[in-house]
Write a protein that binds this ligand. Structure first.
Ligand code: SF4
Length: 260
């Protein structure tokens, strides 16, 4: 379906969507449901107004992409848009991996880029914005594109899990995300790393090659380093700066680390 027609359909919200209270109730009802069941519920409620974000850094987004692709192939579910944010500072390996791995799937990927190219940002702010003012850099290259990516959609599927950070321990499988004006669906909220790895093995999903080179949480190249086995997987993100998040995921009005 042409993008213009999809956008028109998305903007024409003819049905009543669940309120934040109803989503809290759904979160309880779906608490022990498998991720595939949660995705099917999301598709039934939001149809084409549901979108999935994948970073192509970690395994979680790939697990959800694989599940969604299977559900849609098996059931002829709606045409779902998958998107990724390309900051312009991604590792070459991540971009190459993204292009190669998407060939496995029928789902179309939309790559969302910042308004400013890297060259324009350098001309305006210098070539070290990610070192001097990383929050501004993340706002320009991640947060604003994410807001744009979710505009016109009603539900955002993300790969965050409860055991990734202390702030995420209470993550419901679905809740209203006031900041972006969407329902935020986290089908893997209750899964641990072992279960994610098991699914990846079962489905033989190729992962970002950097994950086997000591990078256990992969973001932009200037802000990511490999970590030692005894380190926190996210210790390599914005290492030595005190910054631990990019601003895409918030809990209780505070930004939390982004790993999806
Ligand atoms: S992670 Fe680093 S390079 Fe990427 S947007 Fe944030 S500050 Fe900029």
């Amino acid at each position: 379906m042409p993008e213009a027609m999809r956008s028109e359909q998305r903007l024409n919200r003819s049905h009543t969507l669940p309120s934040s209270k109803e989503l809290a109730w759904e979160a309880k009802r779906l608490e022990s449901a498998q991720p595939e069941e949660i995705l099917k519920w999301g598709l039934a409620v939001y149809g084409e107004r549901l979108t999935l974000s994948v970073s192509f850094g970690g395994a979680e987004g790939m697990v959800l992409l694989d599940m969604l692709d299977r559900i849609i192939s098996d059931a002829g579910a709606p045409d779902i848009r998958v998107f990724t944010l390309d900051t312009g500072f991604l590792f070459e390996e991540t971009v190459r991996y993204r292009e190669e791995v998407m060939q496995r799937y029928d789902l179309q990927l939309e790559v969302i880029r910042p308004w400013l190219t890297v060259a324009e940002q350098v001309a305006l702010y210098g070539d070290q914005l990610y070192s001097c003012k990383p929050n501004i850099c993340c706002q320009i290259r991640k947060v604003e594109p994410q807001e744009r990516a979710l505009r016109g959609y009603d539900a955002w599927v993300t790969g965050i899990r409860r055991d990734q950070t202390p702030q995420r321990t209470d993550t419901p499988v679905v809740r209203w995300e006031e900041r972006f004006g969407v329902a935020k669906i986290a089908p893997l909220a209750a899964w641990d790393t072992a279960r994610v790895e098991e699914y990846v093995r079962e489905r033989d999903i190729p992962l970002n090659p950097l994950l086997s080179k000591g990078y256990r949480s992969i973001g932009c190249e200037p802000c990511t380093r490999p970590v030692a086995p005894e380190e926190d997987p996210r210790a390599g993100r914005w290492s030595g700066t005190g910054k631990t998040e990019c601003g895409l995921h918030w809990v209780g009005g505070q930004p939390v680390r982004a790993v999806s």
